[in-house]
Design a protein around this ligand. Structure first.
Ligand code: ATP
Ligand code: MG
Length: 504
């Protein structure tokens, strides 16, 4: 098939086609595709001496050195195993063992001590690299990419349990980049701002697209709303990828400081989690061109997206399946099932889980949704999170969106608690908003104050939701349990909910 073929080495190709075009810019340093290729080749020469294994671990911040290390690994003909620096040493060691790594590149900017004897600092090869003889650059740096070869491995967030290792082939990245380009278009002047972590598919996919489109990546080390807003106003950024939290924070600042972004900005690509309608409407009002999308680590990023053209008309939808995506909704369970050349060949560490999810040739995403009569996809939530109460299906996301509008609610997560009458009933765990916290300090009787807030949130839910969807209990907590990527660990809350009792 097409995906067993090879394609010319993307970086080498760009060094030939767009040699003087800026490939990467961190605000201080700009490198052309030719410079990036040369630097990556020198690193490839060094990496080839570090290990005989086919994979190298990479633990880096969003910086040019990390970017060059990643491309150096690819030029060495090896697989990048992306590691998340927010993980604990125990989790990192587990993933390094799981991927059978014997070499892990560690970025000194992370201020992490080498947690394992397999770690090498990124800087350690810089003196060596000055005089890399041409002869030591491996043949792989000039060789074509095999579309079936694994370019990268990422571990999923583990929101639903154990983190699964997801290999992504060159063919997967290629299909993803082409699908995105057919939806968003590619302009020679495009600059894609990367503020999401490189170890996450939302970040690394920007690098891969840059190699395929010949496009500039503007790299920032981390998300700081003030800094990013200044970049969006002053520089000709045309596309930015954000998660809902980032968009809400940027929007608040744009409102407060009356900011107008640079006219080059043409797509604000938002995905990865549920976004409320109010935020979307406000973006439309402020002329921020939001494009909603849906995807996952397993599909190398977005597989469904809303075109800019439909954005206003279809607010709340994540759009239509992209050009290479086939999509069907399971009529029994409403699960979103897909076929796409961007789909991973299978989980590295739990192949049986992947086999189960693809038993009928379709990949069962575990997410639930529906298509409207024009074929636009709306997400309902994760099937694992769904609560069945008295025979009715309840999606926590819908309840959470409503509760977030209550002034005392900062963040919230809804799960099911067992009930002898209904099977399960929804309960909400929430963190107080900033204003509610201030009031709490002033309250004469704190316990009574908190009790009143809980009651008021329940009453609010009853008013705005069907009765069976309104949480039976709303419980204030100091923080919601979350994992390294900031996603709420609902299984922890479900365990807590099991201990609750309800009057019939
Ligand atoms: P794990 O599979 O280990 O539980 P995860 O699914 O959270 O982790 P990711 O691959 O980063 O890890 O996230 C993909 C998931 O994020 C999707 O399956 C979907 O549930 C959710 N998601 C993605 N885009 C959207 C969106 N636009 N709106 C709502 N949810 C989204
Ligand atoms: Mg998942």
């Amino acid at each position: 098939t097409l995906f067993q073929q090879s394609v010319p080495n993307w970086l080498l190709k760009q060094a030939q086609l767009n040699s003087e075009h800026c490939a990467i810019d961190d605000g201080q340093t700009q490198l052309t595709f030719t410079q990036v290729y040369e630097q990556a080749c020198k690193r490839a020469a060094y990496f080839s001496t570090c290990t005989k294994k086919s994979s190298i671990g990479l633990l880096c911040s969003n910086c040019i050195d990390g970017y060059l290390a990643a491309l150096g690994i690819l030029m060495a003909g090896k697989t990048i195993v992306w590691l998340n620096w927010r993980l604990s040493t125990r989790e990192l060691t587990e993933q390094a063992n799981d991927s059978q790594l014997d070499c892990i590149l560690l970025d000194e900017r992370l201020n992490m001590r080498p947690f394992d004897k397999r770690c090498i600092y990124l800087d350690s090869y810089q003196t060596w690299e000055q005089n890399t003889p041409e002869s030591t650059i491996p043949a792989s740096a000039h060789a074509p990419f095999s579309l079936s070869a694994v370019a990268s491995v990422m571990y999923t967030s583990g929101t639903t349990g154990k983190a699964k290792s997801v290999p992504q082939t060159f063919g997967n990245h290629f299909a993803s980049a082409v699908s995105s380009a057919l939806n968003l278009g590619v302009l020679p002047s495009d600059v894609w701002l990367c503020a999401t972590p490189l170890f996450h598919i939302s970040g690394f996919s920007i690098i891969m697209r840059s190699l395929i489109y010949g496009m500039t990546v503007r790299l920032v080390s981390h998300f700081n709303a003030q800094h990013i807003s200044a970049i969006l106003c002053d520089e000709a950024i045309s596309i930015m990828s954000v998660v809902p939290y980032m968009l809400r924070t940027l929007l608040a600042l744009a409102k407060k400081d009356q900011l107008t972004y640079n006219a080059a900005m043409r797509v604000m690509l938002v995905g990865g989690g549920v976004i409320d309608k109010a935020t979307l409407e406000e973006c439309t009002a402020r002329n921020i061109p939001v494009v909603q999308c849906y995807g996952m680590t397993e599909t190398c990023s977005q597989i469904v997206a809303l075109s800019a053209h439909d954005a206003a008309r279809k607010l709340g939808s994540v759009g239509k399946p992209l050009f290479t995506t086939q999509l069907r909704i399971d009529p029994q369970t409403s699960e979103i099932c897909i076929k796409t050349p961007a789909l991973t060949p299978g989980y590295g560490n739990v192949p049986s889980v992947f086999a189960k999810r693809t038993y009928d040739g379709w990949y069962h995403t575990g997410d639930s949704g529906y298509l409207d009569d024009e074929g636009f996809l709306y997400l309902k939530g994760r099937l694992d999170d769904m609560i069945i109460s008295g025979g009715e299906n309840i999606y926590p996301a819908e309840i959470e969106q409503v509760l977030l509008h209550h002034s005392a609610v900062g963040s919230v997560s809804v799960v099911g608690a067992p009930s002898s009458t209904w099977g399960h009933v929804p309960v909400a765990f929430f963190v107080l908003s900033g204003s509610a916290l201030k009031e709490k300090q002033k309250a004469a009787d704190e316990i009574r104050f908190l009790h009143e807030i809980e009651q008021s949130v329940i009453a609010y839910a009853r008013k705005h939701l069907a009765h069976y969807k309104a949480p039976k209990r709303c419980i204030i907590c100091d923080a919601l349990p979350s994992n390294a990527s900031g996603k709420v660990l609902t299984y922890v809350l479900r365990k807590r909910a099991q201990e609750l009792t309800f009057e019939p």
